[in-house]
Design a protein around this ligand. Structure first.
Ligand SMILES: [Zn+2]
Length: 388
């Protein structure tokens, strides 16, 4: 764990942590950061909270730095990680205020935790480095502290998740700042455009919660997605450029058939596939994604694997929602059809999720958010097209 991974998650590398001050580097801080930066270190002993007892280990991932790998077989719906937020900061109007808050909270950590945070991937985008150095140059700190806080801030830019939207009044004036959190363990998950783990940093306040979206064999790398999963490879790759890597996931490099083969094999073993039926076309990378996702749903239904079915439905619905955005540019009717299908799929999936995980579960809340979003998009298209 000594080396930082090449890839790391933030909600949006361009938009999320950007403050006015970053766009305008000459802006001066509204508060004096010296007050906080020069405070005495926190005296009380801090309990070490680092614990890697989850069903995965962090180790070298070929070509990607570090990554998380399953240490046992994991089943769809299993919780992968519930990590408490130990370091957060407000998303303030100026970079100096944000840095101020970040340093203040960083000082409350144990030395071991500080070392762990500093070992995470640090953004190396030139504008991030420039803005960080520009702000710290005003503080007149000893060189070691300057280096430590510069590293901390670049780690923040490379790894933060939005954890709280804050509060605005009806005119949009900020009453309470939005907040970002950095998580030691969550930061170790690499990206895949066909992720086997889903997460939320908002559903359970103060925690980053991750769940398996399918059955995962021991030794498999666990991946989340850093971006919305657009159907177009080019669009995904362009969004991922902010992290400085080219995605070589199975979806970008051609589908990996293993997961579907496993599903088909399970169906065959239970006599659910007629003799001679092909089921999965071999090495058919031309197959449209929705056909593949639909097959997963059909196989999960046959197997009556409710966990897999819930996530397969959710995948298919989310795919339809993203597809509708592309279709919208050329054909409003087709976009509406895709969205209406997403609504239908989610309305089928949500009761399954409630039955499995309960009404207040984060994964169910995720599906409900997507349903709400699909309804809103339908209404927007109808309004724009004058459809009653
Ligand atoms: Zn990819």
């Amino acid at each position: 764990m000594a080396e930082p991974p090449v890839t790391n998650p933030v909600e949006d590398p361009v938009d999320a942590p950007t403050t006015d001050a970053m766009q305008n580097p000459v802006e001066e801080p509204a508060v004096d950061p010296m007050d906080v930066l020069m405070e005495d270190p926190v005296e009380e002993p801090v309990q070490n909270t680092i614990d890697y007892s989850e069903p995965f280990e962090v180790r070298e991932s070929e070509g990607k730095g570090l990554g998380c790998f399953a240490t046992r077989d994991i089943f769809a719906g299993n919780q992968i990680l519930l990590e408490k937020c130990r370091l957060s900061c407000g998303n303030y109007r100026t970079r100096a205020q944000t840095m101020d808050d970040l340093v203040k909270n960083y000082k409350k950590l144990s030395q071991e935790e500080k070392n762990e945070y500093l070992s995470l991937y640090a953004s190396n985008k030139w504008e991030h480095v420039r803005d960080t150095n520009h702000t710290l140059a005003q503080f007149g700190l000893p060189i070691e502290e300057k280096e430590e806080y510069a590293r901390l801030y670049l780690v923040y830019l490379g790894n933060c998740f939005a954890v709280d939207d804050g509060v605005r009044d009806k005119d949009g004036t900020i009453l309470v700042e939005a907040r970002d959190g950095i998580y030691l363990k969550a930061s170790r998950f690499n990206h895949s455009c066909d992720p086997n783990v889903t997460y939320s940093a908002m559903q359970i306040p103060g925690y980053w919660a991750a769940t398996a979206t399918r059955n995962i064999k021991k030794g498999t790398e666990l991946c989340i997605t850093y971006i919305p999963l657009f159907p177009s490879r080019e669009k995904r790759q362009s969004r991922l450029r902010g992290w400085g890597f080219t995605c070589r996931c199975t979806r970008c490099e051609g589908w990996d058939e293993d997961y579907d083969k496993d599903l088909l094999e399970a169906c065959r073993m239970r006599g659910l596939v007629p003799e001679g039926a092909e089921g999965i076309p071999q090495e058919d990378n031309e197959e449209p994604e929705h056909a593949r996702l639909r097959r997963r749903v059909e196989l999960a239904k046959k197997l009556q694997w409710q966990h897999t079915l819930f996530f397969s439905y959710h995948d298919l619905a989310v795919y339809n929602i993203f597809l509708s955005a592309d279709l919208r540019r050329t054909d409003a009717d087709e976009a509406l059809t895709a969205l209406e299908e997403a609504v239908h799929i989610l309305e089928t999936a949500i009761p399954i999720g409630v039955q499995l995980y309960g009404d207040n579960d984060a994964t169910v809340a995720d599906a409900r958010d997507d349903l709400k979003s699909a309804h809103q998009k339908i209404q927007r298209i109808k309004d724009e097209e004058g459809i009653v």
